[in-house]
Design a protein around this ligand. Sequence first.
Ligand SMILES: Cc1cc2nc3c(=O)[nH]c(=O)nc-3n(C[C@H](O)[C@H](O)[C@H](O)COP(=O)(O)OP(=O)(O)OC[C@H]3O[C@@H](n4cnc5c(N)ncnc54)[C@H](O)[C@@H]3O)c2cc1C
Length: 475
Amino acid sequence: MEKTIVVLGCGPAGLAASYELAKKGRKVICLEKDNIVGGISRTICRNGFRFDIGGHRFFTKISRVNDLWKEVLGNDFLIRPRLSRIYYNNKFFNYPLKPVNALVGLGFFKTIEILGSFFATKVKPYSREDTFEQWVSNRFGKQLYQIFFKTYTEKVWGITCENIKAEWAAQRIKGLSLTSVVKAALLGNRKNKIKTLIEEFSYPRFGPGQMYETMAEKIKKTGGKVLLQNKCTKINAKNGEIISVEVSSKEGKTKQIEGDHFISSIPIDELVLGMNAPVPKNVSESARKLSYRSLLTVNLMINRKEQFKDTWIYIHSPEVQVGRIQCYKNWSPYMVPDKNNSSLGLEYFCAENDELWNSSNEELIELAKKEIDKLKLARPESVFDAFVIRTPKTYPVYSMDYSLHLNTIKKYLVKYKNLQCIGRNGMFKYNNMDHSILSGLLAVENILGAKHNLWEINTDNEYHEQAKTWKPRNL
Ligand SMILES: Cc1cc2nc3c(=O)[nH]c(=O)nc-3n(C[C@H](O)[C@H](O)[C@H](O)COP(=O)(O)OP(=O)(O)OC[C@H]3O[C@@H](n4cnc5c(N)ncnc54)[C@H](O)[C@@H]3O)c2cc1C
């Protein structure tokens, strides 16, 4: 009998799995709670303007992900130059660092202080590297850590850097140190490419959503089902197997969808808490202890041709709440309907249901206008339309005890042989699109007989090691 595979979530991971399955002629049903596919990598369209959730660079060292992207979208990619500066203390700093710009911005005496603190740390580094603060200070010195890492990182995570695991830094900024940054600044970043400093990347003409909308269309064309506004609310298990999921539609109607295999990219804590089967108390407690950061994007449409040349700007200054500002026209000129206009996305990192999250849209738009004025990036009166996107659970928080809780959950879930967890929140892993997609592709291979341990997809080593062989490809 033909087996049915049920995939939970239509983000990059769930769609990649469904795409592979449909291509292989398997019976696949992909369920999505939202009314649009793409998950965190979706693109929202408003009156001809397109908005990314943050900004999604397409780059990967995993050739099968590259091949998949190319297969889906053909040549509908642009190669974009990256220009991103840091705003701190009323000044802009080039990123990657440019020595003259940094020297002028920081001043001679501060630069001496920074170098002094760098050499002091080299002589007497932290003996342990458990926290983000220790990891970064050992590579950059305490002064640079304070200026260029602490404020922004704390805005993103909402907790102090002493409470963030070093693992996050190791995953995201591996290969980066003051020496490597200065080397790259002096010698160019060509020979010794540092991934976080990559100057070019690919981007779909109409934003990342174009990739995932096209993928969903192709799944449907090859016989797969993509069901939007179908939220998975319960996972029914019997005798150590998942037998079906309960989904609730927009109208509140529920139905059961049966399957032989289940691939889940929904947040792992929600999966556990949604189990319609006995869940040991310590497992459900661990699920409740996993936490996330969420993202509010205030999108402003502006009646000016150009705001600035950056694709995005990191806002380190603690006197404003915004953490990063995207200029979507610089990602792709096709993101705006009219070249005389532009648009900005102001990213506010917050916790679901904190004060900022609970502010009204009007309050958030006013805040965003005030802050772009304060930063002298645009005049508030040039804004002719604005709206807010709330995206919960955008960042799994690597708190000091998260791995204990995740391991407890993994040990419990492993007993369900026909269930696989994939993706960013599905595995509670700080994945970019490529590793999320890879987990989806490997889950499909497992269904076909392979024995991959998806938890071993090594984001750390693959991801940010110095990418000597990497170069942007015209996908
Ligand atoms: C600000 C920001 C910038 C980023 N920039 C980049 C970048 O430059 N390059 C890059 O490669 N990556 C980037 N990423 C990461 C990228 O967004 C994620 O890696 C990717 O979207 C993860 O895909 P996923 O399918 O695992 O999860 P998601 O994108 O989270 O998709 C999961 C899907 O499951 C659905 N879902 C959840 N619960 C249920 C339920 N109960 N029932 C049914 N459906 C459900 C969700 O609605 C969602 O559609 C960025 C992320 C953020 C937050």
